[in-house]
Design a protein around this ligand. Structure first.
Ligand SMILES: NC(=O)c1ccc[n+]([C@@H]2O[C@H](COP(=O)([O-])OP(=O)(O)OC[C@H]3O[C@@H](n4cnc5c(N)ncnc54)[C@H](O)[C@@H]3O)[C@@H](O)[C@H]2O)c1
Length: 320
């Protein structure tokens, strides 16, 4: 159980969800917004939401009581952050609002408090310009919906100190979520990858090759089906890097530049490292674990198929 005191500044959609999960991990959470009145309203909203999540069996039975006990709306940003160990900024994605808010947070927070930003797209280095003692500042990027998506990107900027990253890692781990460290670079990792996929998907629609509906079906029933369990590197290693190399050559017949063979892939294949089957690839999976990996993979896919069958299709299309 965490005994941290945390302030969440900007208690809207993301800030509210972040406050819920931090409170459930045992932290004392103060939420702040433009005014005390809005913070209070958002507090009521996140309690109502939690009540619904409990009714739907999405939060533990005592979640409302725990969130009520641990979350408090603050009169101002300054009040919220005054004795906080960690502060998460979740105000709108406009650099002037973020700068102004971060200036106020830095001025009122303890000098040893760690400050995180939930920005999706703004470089952490540019936000850091508004933070005094910027070595305590980093991106702590929760995903939507924050109560339920387990991954959090941590984005230190050039001068973020290691202890600040570790503080963020510990408090996210206490919520049961998983962190990954990412360099401060446009789009970070999540959005860069997500938009690369979306970009290609929209090209396919615009070329008349498939409809959005059919593309969504292909993604969720084929390679997307693997993604809850394996990332692109595990998938490539299991498929065989030599196979990837051939596929690149084929894609290059139409798009020589867009699908140029990645340098790292070339190097691995040239060195005879073809992934799982050769015992070396992007990831260090020993060849003797291949049968175990295949068994895990098969079990995972059957479990996911069963889960999807139990859930039924997403209510995206109108009912007839
Ligand atoms: N919505 C998403 O899917 C998503 C996902 C990941 C990250 N983010 C990021 O999280 C941040 C917040 O996004 P959101 O979707 O929660 O927005 P939101 O509009 O729901 O919430 C923003 C909150 O900030 C408050 N606010 C505005 N100006 C303020 C100020 N000067 N001082 C204090 N509070 C202020 C608003 O009243 C509101 O409650 C953004 O940086 C966004 O890019 C959003």
């Amino acid at each position: 159980m965490s005994t941290q005191t945390i302030a969440v500044v900007g208690s809207g959609y993301m800030g509210g969800g972040i406050a819920q999960v931090l409170a459930l991990s045992g932290a004392t959470v103060r939420i702040a917004d433009i005014s005390e009145e809005i913070a209070r309203k958002n507090y009521e909203r996140l309690i109502d939401e939690a009540r619904q999540f409990v009714a739907d069996d999405l939060f533990p039975a005592d979640a409302v009581e725990r969130i009520e006990a641990n979350v408090e709306p603050a009169a101002s940003i300054e009040d919220a952050v005054a004795d906080a160990d960690f502060i998460e900024e979740a105000v709108p994605e406009k650099i002037e609002i973020k700068h102004d808010t971060l200036r106020r947070i830095s001025a009122a927070a303890r000098p040893d408090a760690v400050i995180g930003s939930n920005t999706s797209t703004i470089l952490i280095g540019s936000l850091a310009e508004a933070v005094s003692k910027p070595e305590r500042f980093l991106g702590v990027h929760f995903s939507n919906p924050a109560p339920f998506i387990p991954g959090v990107e941590l984005i230190p900027h050039e001068t973020t100190k290691e202890t600040a990253i570790e503080t963020a890692e510990e408090l996210v781990a206490a919520t049961g979520k998983e962190t990954a460290r990412v360099k401060d670079s446009t789009g970070f990792v999540l959005n860069r990858l997500q938009y690369a996929l979306f970009h290609e998907a929209t090209q396919i629609v615009e070329e008349g090759i498939a409809t959005p509906e059919d593309i969504d079906t292909i993604v969720r029933t084929t390679f997307g089906f693997r993604l809850p369990v394996f990332g692109p590197f595990a998938i490539a290693d299991m498929a065989g890097l030599d196979v990837y190399s051939f596929c690149y050559a084929s894609l290059q017949t139409r798009w020589p530049e867009r699908f140029a063979t990645p340098e790292s892939l070339k190097e691995l294949v040239d060195a005879g490292k073809f992934g799982t089957k050769s015992g070396a690839g992007y990831l260090d999976v020993p060849a003797e674990r291949t049968p175990e990996l295949v068994a895990y993979r098969n079990k995972a896919y059957v479990a996911i198929k069963k889960l999807m069958d139990d859930l039924g299709p997403a209510p995206i299309h109108p009912t007839s």
